[in-house]
Design a binder for this molecule. Structure first.
Ligand code: M6R
Length: 610
């Protein structure tokens, strides 16, 4: 949510900041702004909507200058208007602040400042920061920021510039990421490595409570008490040399759906032994010895990653007989969870920056519980703060609706289970080989689905005007039903519910009439007959059924209105395939409805506020 980028140096500040914002736009895209100090004078441009609009504004009247800060916003407090867009200033318009996070006591501070004569012009929580700094500044921006921070409750990543103390950007953080990039006679600031990774690979990660003073050729980091710190410079393990590209696809979402077979293939190549009798997870930070001692696994994650966790639970229970719980991070973090000495917490996250998941990790660690993360973003906060990380290697996911990261999460869970099962000796070498051989078919089978979309497109055309959808699945495909519903509502704004099919009769059945499309995930598996019973119940109430079924299942045709076939695969791996038609269905329905599939309204790719 929200992205920050800052620059000080000799390059053209407007274009450098805009390029950084473009890389961060997936974090939030309701408004954007930029502030520079040009010969010591503060200049600001802001706009609602996309970065492109800000770019056009700047083209007509550039800001220029020696340094600048910029922001792309996902509104928390205050509507997405130009006034509420960051950077925000105080009364004298000489200080500019960009902020990620939420100031929880802003009303109280605002009241106090209004009594002192300050005039507020926005509905944001951030504006109090600018006014506080204005109140405290006497020529030293760092000292003023330090005083202001002492008043704030909540979370923040901040970058601040001031006419009263030009030639520097002051940054601070609490519970939101902020990094400093080191260049030659130039320095950078960002909320996210991807904004500046093409410009430098030397990074300082700011920690909670620290304040950084960034000048053109000097960086100083202080702790909350003002003591100068000797911070470690980290060399990035990766660099994004170019910005995200659609490579001929109309949307990132579609491109990422199509990338799935290639990702599965390359992850298998990376992880599977040459003789196919096992998998390796080297340097993941948690030793086999520690894994041997685990008797209880708690998976905590959000959204799509939480759905992946559910498939993981079923798989781990089947092969490892391991007690596995799956929790929403937003619940886990506030529940004082039980931490036995034999518990491992697993966080799953594409972005590695999700605030609730990160808070869950911190909570687990505060109880001395080891945390292993499955994460797609190297050097992200979740990667850095976990005891160990299994990388997904899905490549950057730009579409806000997660697609390829989901299947990469499933694959990582399957492979990690084999690894763990071999350590615990509950999966034999032979069994591992069979599983690996089955997984080896997945890229080809995924491609087969992608090559035959006729029925999916027809269903999209038929049902795109419906206001509600129901998705039902059982067993390994119960999470697929949840994921199918989430995809559809995210990108098309159609209300959709995902349900365990057996639960339908306990409530959702009341929704069924001849207007309600029900997508039933019904591959030929151990719960096939049970699913058929549910389908009969739906048809008896004149519901419209779209079945995701196994190739060759002629019987299903007699029961339902539409069948989308997927190739045959072992039951436990079917979620890798069944989800693809659902991703495509959501995509085509959203396109027919004229929605912005890559950047759906109200959403952001990294949810860095709770
Ligand atoms: O980056 P994370 O995996 O931690 O993100 C979790 C959710 O915010 C994310 O999966 C969200 O639900 C997506 N928009 C789903 O498509």
């Amino acid at each position: 949510m929200c992205g920050i980028v800052g620059y000080i140096g000799d390059k053209f500040v407007d274009s450098l900041l805009i390029a950084g914002l473009e890389r961060l736009e997936y974090r939030g895209y309701d408004s954007a702004g930029i502030a520079t100090l040009n010969k010591g004078k503060l200049r600001i441009r802001k706009t609602t909507g996309k970065i492109q609009l800000l770019k056009e504004k700047l083209k007509n009247s550039p800001l220029g200058g020696e340094l600048g800060i910029a922001h792309t916003r996902w509104a928390t407090n205050g509507e997405p208007t130009t006034e509420n867009a960051h950077p925000l200033t105080g009364c004298k318009k000489s200080i500019a602040v960009v902020h990620n996070g939420i100031i929880e006591n802003h009303i109280e501070i605002q009241k106090e400042l209004i009594k002192e004569g300050h005039i507020f012009t926005t509905d944001t929580d951030t504006e109090v920061i600018a006014h506080l700094i204005e109140k405290y500044i006497d020529g030293n921006l760092k000292t003023a920021v330090q005083k202001a921070l002492k008043r704030l409750k909540g979370s923040y990543a901040l970058a601040i510039v001031s006419e009263k103390d030009p030639d520097k950007i002051v940054v601070a953080k609490k519970e939101n990421s902020l990094i400093i990039g080191i260049g030659e006679n130039e320095n950078f600031v960002a909320s996210d490595i991807s904004a500046i990774s093409s410009l430098t690979s030397n990074i300082i990660f700011l920690e909670d409570g620290e304040i950084g003073v960034i000048e053109k050729s000097k960086i100083e980091i202080f702790n909350g008490e003002g003591k100068l710190l000797n911070k470690k410079i980290r060399k990035l393990k990766w660099q994004l040399r170019r910005g995200p590209r659609k490579d001929g696809y109309e949307h990132f979402m579609l491109k990422e759906i199509y990338e799935q077979p290639r990702i599965v293939k390359s992850v298998l190549k990376r992880r599977v032994f040459k003789n196919k009798r096992g998998v390796h997870f080297k340097n993941i930070g948690i030793t086999p010895d520690k894994l041997l001692k685990v008797n209880r696994l708690v998976i905590q994650a959000c959204g799509t990653s939480w759905h992946a966790g559910w498939v993981g639970k079923y798989f781990l229970e089947k092969y490892l007989r391991l007690h596995t719980e799956v929790d929403f991070s937003s619940e886990f973090r506030y529940r004082n969870p039980i931490a036995g000495g034999d518990t491992l917490v697993m966080a799953i996250s594409q972005s590695g920056e999700t605030a609730d998941t990160l808070a869950g990790i911190r909570l687990a660690k505060s109880k001395f519980v080891q945390v292993l993360s499955l994460c797609n973003t190297l050097e992200s906060a979740i990667d850095r703060e976990s005891d160990g990380t299994v990388y997904l290697y899905a490549g950057p996911e730009i579409g806000v609706a997660s697609t390829k990261a989901y299947t990469a999460e499933l694959l990582a869970l399957f492979l990690f289970t084999i690894y763990w099962g071999r350590i615990k000796e509950c999966i034999s070498e032979e069994e591992a080989k069979n599983i690996i051989e089955e997984l080896g078919k997945v890229p080809y089978l995924m491609k087969k689905i992608l090559d035959n979309q006729k029925e999916i497109i027809e269903c999209a055309e038929k049902y795109y005007q419906c206001s509600n959808f129901l998705f039902l699945g059982r067993g390994f495909n119960y999470p697929t039903a949840l994921e199918g519903a989430l995809k559809l509502k995210e990108v098309s704004y159609i209300h959709a519910e995902g349900y365990a099919a057996g639960e339908m009769k306990h409530g959702p059945i009341a929704l069924i009439d001849d207007n309600l499309p029900v997508v039933c995930i019904v591959p030929k598996d151990s719960v096939y007959e049970k699913m058929l019973n549910n389908i009969r119940e739906i048809k008896a109430r004149r519901g419209k059924v779209v079945a995701i079924a196994t190739e060759g299942d002629e019987k299903i045709k007699g029961y339902v209105d539409h069948v989308i076939f997927i190739p045959k695969i072992k039951e436990e791996f079917s979620p890798l395939l069944t989800v693809i038609p659902l991703q495509l269905l959501a995509y085509y329905i959203a396109i027919k409805r004229g929605c912005n599939v890559d950047q759906p309204r109200n959403l952001a790719k990294s949810v860095t506020v709770e």
